[in-house]
Design a protein around this ligand. Structure first.
Ligand code: CR6
Ligand code: PLP
Length: 840
């Protein structure tokens, strides 16, 4: 052999790489290394946050090979990719989830423990990225998890808000908002990619010019302002797979080159100050859930992230040498509600004005690429932009929308000759009063697929809000019932139940949630029921400890934990829950020895800062809590707790602890709900109306395992049509009257009859959400719940069956349906590559 040829004669000594090794020893070494070299701290001066960061970097290192291999594989193979466009991604903390996905949760826990640190405290240390309001943003996060887990090539595009959803404090019973400074101590999960920045134009005017190359008239947009978008990438690792996809969030910065004129004229200060104006674009998330606010800055945010994302997709193809006429073959873009619906006009503009496509070709690509998910039937949530504002910020887009509209109206005229009402109803421009662009219409026209988020909701879209569009394009419509990820909402948040389930049926259910059905075989096993009950009790005990520490209230873990946790909204009817509490209280006051099943009523949820009635509901809950919790007649049989600052971390804590999940919106108002699924998976029973996904949950778990009450959607319509009169219910129902009277007469406000006046009079004079009509049915149903809870063994059976039958509500099922019916994207397996030569 040649002298420089290696000879394999010594046994290889395996030293795990500090950045990839998964053993406890290696994790400990890597952790200490990161503490010193990344955080620049040693044990004596390190804070809890330093330790968290050291662990986070240790975990991130272990994601990187998967992430880079995934990106390289996708680029190399030019795969068809889902681009999920969403103004909100409510991710929740990353650390625990990544540990679960990597399969090293226990190893990390042991490593940290052996170093003498508190592992749970480190997990708790993470500031969650609260870049969403509620269900819609959390759905986007669950979908990213499922796409990665199912090996679907995908990328989430959104906005890197500097301030996410506000933190909620409660002072004197009222909500108090505090800015969410989530980036204060750094974000170890993101990597900035300034080299892939793009520019977005705003304002100004348009002009036509002769394009020399094609000898055609084209339009040029001369903006008043240019903003730079910088992408920040976060890896999204699938559960026990090599696939790690990307969440790419855009942050706004000043486009340096643009203000050259000001720099050159010596107006240095003005030019620099101008920068801060650009940067405000991604400063803060609008904290309104399901209520539209026509603010210019918000429209700016929408065009900003949409334009950045579309340009990014074009760049990805360009770098791969793929011509843009294949855009729709390479990307399936999902519009998460209408927040990104401006994509219809922006993709047209990019293709025509910047890449010289003709109208028809651009339109065909646009329609084939885009699909639209509607998330609400509430009229106040539908986005509509005044033409003045729209045209000032996006003059070119307005021209394009006019052109789309004129072609669209022509299509309707052909299909429905002489039907002028229909033209007016369907036009992209609302001509009544101040003229507006209707974003849902734009999304419908520009997409090849339109879906609702639960069976009932999709039906109501076809019958009501989007009826005209359904009549024109029936083939575009489908339903995709929401789902949630069992990785975060069972495995991570409920380790005890996960362990018990896995001990009986193996761990296949984590990726195939339908397997939970196998639990049904154990329902009659008394020992299993006992274990199930004990786990629920222990988790309730933990929540009781938390409540004691957070609110100073003693609650009994043996009492029925009745939880309503979600955004505060009149349509969700937290105040109906309160009317029930007051009814129980009145019964106790009338007869202190009345037989009552002990209950702990727990509320959580944020109100939009400008939504007075929602804030008043929070005040009411806290006021009722003060009275009920401190009345000796109650003898601790009922307790009321408002837990502040409902966010993902909080959600993970409360879902597993519930006996009863309150899903009591007025039928026809909640598009789907996803909290309902998370509770039920964790063995909570539901009291609910036939609304949103409740309908399907009930179908799955069986009517006998679900506490149903209230009017159905057709009954709601009928009652409203016939002229609803809340007084009729008030005057004829003594318990209802007594409950309302106790509020009105100052029973929860130290005699102040003014404080809750707005709430009381809304109920008596309007009651849009029919609380009074549903009250008796609700209270009767709650009495049934109380009776059922007394037979603990029977209750446990129902609890087990609820979990066992929730397979349908995995977001994996939802994503498979989107892939099959809308995106036509197939899984791509990732084979890991070595990027680093060991021992070189
Ligand atoms: N507020 C619906 O109200 C649904 C989610 C996700 C909502 C809720 O029923 O589960 O979307 N709608 O589909 C909007 O945000 C517009 C929500 O979270
Ligand atoms: N907010 C948070 C933090 C959540 O985790 C969820 C769960 O899905 C929601 C809001 C939505 O709750 P719901 O579906 O009950 O409106």
């Amino acid at each position: 052999t040649a002298p420089n040829q290696p000879i394999e004669c010594v046994p290889t000594i395996v030293v795990e790489d500090d950045r990839t090794g998964l053993s406890v020893e290696t994790l400990k070494r890597a952790f200490q290394d990161n503490l010193f070299y990344i955080q620049g701290k040693f044990a004596k001066i390190a804070t809890q946050n330093d330790y968290y960061m050291a662990l986070a970097y240790t975990v991130r290192d272990r994601l990187l090979r998967r992430w880079l291999t995934t990106a390289e594989t996708y680029t190399h193979q030019g795969v068809r990719t889902v681009a999920y466009l969403s103004a909100e991604f409510l991710m929740g903390p990353h650390l625990g989830n990544n540990l679960i996905s990597l399969g090293i949760y226990d190893e990390a826990k042991q490593a940290i423990g052996e170093l003498g640190l508190d592992f749970d405290a480190l997990l708790e240390q993470e500031e969650e990225p609260g870049l969403g309001n509620g269900g819609l943003g959390r759905l986007a996060a669950c979908y990213l998890d499922s796409m990665a887990t199912l090996d679907i090539p995908s990328i989430g595009y959104g906005i890197r808000y500097e301030f996410g959803i506000f933190d909620q404090d409660i002072r004197d019973g009222w909500q108090f908002e505090i800015t969410d400074k989530w980036l204060r101590y750094g974000n170890p999960w993101e990597i900035a990619r300034p080299e892939w920045s793009v520019e977005v134009k705003l304002g100004g005017h348009t002009e036509t010019y002769m394009d020399e190359m094609t000898s055609r008239q084209r339009v040029r947009w001369v903006p008043a302002e240019v903003v730079m978008g910088i992408p920040y990438d976060t890896p999204i690792l699938g559960y026990k797979t090599n696939t790690a996809t990307t969440l790419r969030l855009w942050s706004a910065a000043a486009a340096e080159s643009f203000d050259f004129a000001a720099f050159n004229s010596g107006d240095y200060f003005r030019a620099v100050l101008q920068k801060t104006v650009s940067e405000t674009l991604t400063k803060v998330l609008y904290p309104n859930d399901e209520s539209f606010q026509g603010k210019k800055l918000r429209l700016g945010q929408q065009i900003f992230f949409v334009s950045c994302s579309l340009q990014d997709m074009i760049l990805i193809l360009t770098r791969q040498g793929i011509p843009l006429d294949q855009f729709h073959e390479k990307f399936a873009i999902q519009l998460n509600d209408t927040h990104p619906a401006i994509a219809v006009a922006e993709l047209m503009r990019l293709l025509m004005d910047e890449h010289a496509f003709e109208w028809d070709a651009a339109w065909s690509i646009t329609q084939k690429t885009l699909a639209y998910t509607n998330h609400t039937l509430l009229p106040e949530a539908l986005e509509r932009w005044g033409l003045g504002l729209f045209g000032t910020l996006l003059p070119r887009h307005l021209e394009i929308i006019y052109e789309i509209n004129s072609r669209f109206l022509e299509e309707i005229r052909l299909k429905f000759p002489g039907d002028n009402d229909r033209l007016n109803r369907m036009s992209l421009i609302d001509e009544a009063g101040e003229r507006h662009v209707r974003m849902a219409h734009l999304a419908c026209v520009g997409s090849h697929a339109i879906n609702g988020v639960a069976a009932l909701h999709s039906e109501l879209l076809k019958q009501d809000v989007l009826r005209d569009f359904y009549e024109l394009y029936p083939e575009k419509f489908s339903n995709k019932t929401n789902g949630v990820t069992p990785r975060r909402f069972m495995v991570l948040s409920n380790p005890r139940l996960t362990k018990l389930i896995t001990s009986k049926i193996g761990d296949g259910w984590i990726k195939h949630l339908d397997d939970l059905r196998k639990l049904e075989a154990f329902v009659e096993d008394a020992d299993f029921r006992q274990q199930w009950r004990q786990i629920k009790f222990d988790i309730k005990q933990d929540l009781a400890d938390y409540i004691k520490q957070a609110n100073g209230i003693d609650v009994d873990p043996a009492s029925l934990f009745d939880i309503q946790a979600k955004r505060i909204h009149e349509y969700k009817r937290q105040h109906l829950d309160v009317l029930h509490i007051i009814t129980l209280y009145n019964r106790i006051k009338a007869n202190p020895d009345v037989d009552i099943t002990p209950r702990t009523f727990i509320f959580g949820g944020k109100a939009a800062p400008g939504y007075y009635m929602a804030k008043l509901i929070i005040k009411l809950v806290n006021s009722v809590a003060d009275v009920v919790n401190n009345d000796p007649d109650v003898r601790d049989r009922i307790k009321v707790v408002f837990l502040k600052d409902y966010n993902v971390k909080f959600a993970q804590r409360v879902y597993p602890a519930a006996d009863l999940s309150e899903q009591i919106s007025l039928a026809g108002k909640e598009a789907s709900g996803t909290g309902n699924m998370k509770f039920s998976m964790n063995g909570s029973l539901t009291i609910g109306t036939l609304d949103g996904a409740n309908v399907e949950i009930r179908e799955e778990v069986g009517a006998e395992n679900f506490f149903l009450f209230g009017l159905t959607t057709p009954e709601v319509y009928a009652l409203k049509a016939q002229g609803y009169n809340p007084w009729q219910y008030y005057n004829s129902n003594p318990e209802l009257k007594a409950a309302i009277d106790r509020i009105a007469s100052g029973g929860f406000s130290n005699g102040d009859t003014n404080l809750f006046n707005a709430l009381v009079s809304t109920l008596l004079y309007k009651d849009d959400y029919l609380l009074l009509a549903d009250y008796q049915s609700y209270v009767d149903c709650q009495d049934g719940v109380s009776r059922a809870y007394r037979d603990q063994d029977h209750w446990t059976r129902l609890s087990i069956l609820n979990s066992a039958r929730m397979g349908k509500f995995s977001s994996d099922r939802s994503i498979r349906e989107y892939c099959k019916d809308i995106w036509h994207v197939k899984p791509v397996a990732i084979e890991l590559k070595e990027y680093v030569q060991a021992g070189a």
